[in-house]
Ligand binder design. Structure first.
Ligand code: GLU
Length: 313
């Protein structure tokens, strides 16, 4: 008899084989020079089910730069610190603009559209930083991710952080612009330092899928039963991931994949099948919106095979 776990294992293995063989793989991000060194042929997929079963195939244990996927965890931390007051500093509407756009900020007086575009994530980082030294805030973020993934080996890739710090002129502009509207409380270089470093956290697909479990299970770690956030908060973070997690490609991701998900320019996507699974996929080549090309295709096939779209009965 085939169990659900067997089916998941074979679906994940088949997807990895197909995705690894694909020739069209998108373009590796090179605006952060250190990211351009990554092998575009890499591919990993890990699915952690509600029963703790792990289905994994491909480059599942190779650390990669999580970049914007870290914004899900900083959003969770900031909501824990200031609750719904966070929404006075940042909106929760899809932006329909590129991830590093500045035009919208001018029209909306420095309040970023949502916590996942760069400006919004910088504002969220500023909330976490307030009352702390940058090193303490960063320590808090890394410890939180280690706790969620149940893995103390997660670290920051200092070369990636330094690379973005040297070349992140657009983010520096966004942060200064927000500061001019009084949206940031801390010195701009402190907030940016923490932001660049949390984006530079390196994780494997396995670690990332483990870290996302609480979002798939009403805010709880399904294995230990420990609560991370309330069910309501988990539901709301998933909602923002669905509507804003892929920048101006969020509508397309919802249409094709049908799950809350967050992408990063390091090629990772964390996706959540509520009640069913936490998923991490890694493919470094990006599409024109800056979202992982092959990873999105892999998730589309996975949700179709498993019937996991949140829009399906
Ligand atoms: N650190 C990157 C930046 O700020 C994150 C972008 C992304 O992953 O989408 O540009």
């Amino acid at each position: 008899m085939t169990t659900d776990a067997d089916k998941l294992d074979s679906v994940v293995a088949a997807i990895a084989a197909e995705m690894t063989a694909r020739s069209e793989r998108g373009t590796v991000a090179d605006y952060i020079p250190e990211l351009a060194r990554v092998d575009a042929n890499s591919f990993g997929l890990v699915v952690v089910g509600a029963d703790g079963h792990v289905a994994a195939a491909g480059d599942t244990d190779v650390p990669f730069s999580v970049q914007s996927v870290s914004k899900v965890f900083t959003l969770t931390l900031a909501l824990g610190l200031v609750g719904d007051r966070l929404w006075q500093r940042v909106g929760r509407e899809p932006s329909g603009s590129p991830f590093n756009s500045i035009v919208q900020l001018e029209r909306e007086r420095g309040i970023p559209r949502n916590p996942f575009i760069n400006a919004g994530a910088i504002a969220v980082t500023d909330v976490i930083l307030s009352g702390h030294k940058p090193r303490e805030a960063l320590g808090e973020i890394v410890r939180f991710m280690r706790f969620l993934a149940d893995d103390s080996s997660i670290v920051i890739d200092d070369a990636v952080a330094a690379s973005e710090q040297r070349t992140g002129f657009r983010n520096i502009a966004l942060a200064n612009y927000m500061k001019s509207f009084g949206v940031l409380e801390n010195p701009v270089n402190y907030t940016l330092g923490v932001y660049f470093h949390h984006c530079a956290i390196a994780m494997t697909c396995r670690q990332l899928a483990m870290a996302g479990r609480f979002l798939a299970h009403d805010g709880k770690n399904p294995t230990t039963g420990l609560s991370v956030v309330s069910p309501e908060r988990a539901r709301r973070i998933n909602a923002v991931m669905l509507t804003c997690g892929h920048y101006d490609g969020s509508g397309e991701f919802a249409y094709r994949v049908g799950l809350p998900g967050k992408s990063g320019v390091g090629g990772g996507i964390m996706a959540i099948a509520p009640g069913k699974a936490s998923i991490a996929v890694w493919s470094p080549g990006l599409d024109t919106q800056g979202n992982p090309l092959v990873g999105q295709i892999a998730l589309e096939i996975l949700t179709k095979c498993m019937g996991w779209s949140i829009f399906a009965a």
